[in-house]
Design a binder for this molecule. Structure first.
Ligand code: SF4
Ligand code: SF4
Length: 303
């Protein structure tokens, strides 16, 4: 690296520091925008596209109207929807709101801005065996941006982890994986038709990518977002366990119980048309699923 600035840009939802649930130690999680799936239970729908978006949290609003006064387009930012082509996402209303009732999501950052953030957090990584985790959205859709960040950070010796839904081009991203210490990989549904029904896309590429990463020898944790009426039934759990036993031997399983807390985001981003509500798995449903995995010799992540 010659020390010159790298101004290549990517689109992030946010860069979150002090993350303790996205891998070992204290980590900085970089949420990259854009995803090809439309999972009906998604808790972060604002990451589906890279387009900048305005959120309005009505319960925080004090009706002071500072946002309207700040808008150069004469809009009421509280009722701007994502399709509005007049709002240019300048963010002036967000900065003017004294109550944090407005927020913007998805903005461009340069490789160098990410590098500077990582460099600032590096001391925490060193003392906790932490590092950087790429999440999303689907991070590997922005594989060039990830590659450039990794190249730029090479002198820092940072540990990289990633969370992926598995829906990305292997040909474009495959060179990256040996540079990762660990991958969290989602397997949502084993039946491709059901996968398409609930996420908009079949699972063939996802299953292939799980095997591709595994064959490189990169440590992986398989994650299943557990939704009783979608994938929590014994048939799907058995198929997932069977697949892991045959193709991902030695990987651990982590079940992520469904919750409906994402509804506030669908409301704030005016995406309620896409919101679906499911039932929350009971402790018995979770225990039953873990028991089935154990029958197949698949170990659970110890949390
Ligand atoms: S982001 Fe800018 S243009 Fe859009 S509503 Fe807010 S102030 Fe107006
Ligand atoms: S500036 Fe904030 S608190 Fe005031 S009206 Fe706008 S959204 Fe509500």
């Amino acid at each position: 690296m010659d020390g010159s600035l790298n101004t290549q840009k990517g689109v992030v939802l946010q860069m979150q520091d002090y993350s303790i649930h996205d891998g070992d130690g204290v980590r900085t999680t970089i949420f990259l925008a854009g995803c090809g799936l439309r999972c009906q239970w998604c808790a972060n729908p604002e990451t589906w596209t890279k387009q900048p978006k305005l959120a309005f949290y009505e319960h925080k609003c004090k009706d002071c109207l500072s946002c309207i006064a700040a808008c150069p387009k004469g809009l009421d930012p509280r009722s701007v929807n994502q399709q509005n082509d007049v709002c240019n996402q300048c963010g002036l209303c967000v900065r003017a709101c004294p109550s944090k009732a407005l927020a913007s999501a998805c903005h461009e950052v340069t490789v160098d801005e990410v590098y500077q953030k990582i460099q600032r957090d590096e001391l925490f990584f060193r003392y906790t065996d932490g590092g950087v985790t790429f999440s999303g959205g689907e991070p590997f859709l922005q594989h060039q941006f990830i590659r450039s960040i990794m190249d730029r950070c090479e002198p820092l010796g940072v540990s990289f982890w990633a969370e992926t839904c598995g829906h990305f081009s292997w040909a474009q991203a495959k060179d990256l994986f040996l540079r990762f210490e660990h991958i969290f990989f989602d397997l949502k549904l084993m039946d491709s038709a059901a996968h398409e029904q609930y996420t908009g896309i079949g699972n063939e590429q996802i299953l292939k990518n799980a095997c591709n990463i595994y064959r490189l020898g990169v440590p992986m944790t398989i994650r299943v977002p557990l939704i009783p009426e979608v994938n929590g039934h014994d048939g799907n759990i058995r198929k997932t366990a069977q697949f892991m036993m045959e193709h991902l031997s030695g990987c651990q399983i982590e079940l992520l119980p469904y919750h409906a807390l994402g509804k506030a985001k669908y409301t704030a981003f005016k995406m309620l048309d896409s919101f679906h509500e499911f039932s929350v798995p009971t402790p018995e449903i979770l225990a039953n699923a873990y028991k089935i995995f154990a029958e197949y010799g698949v170990k659970a992540v110890q949390v």
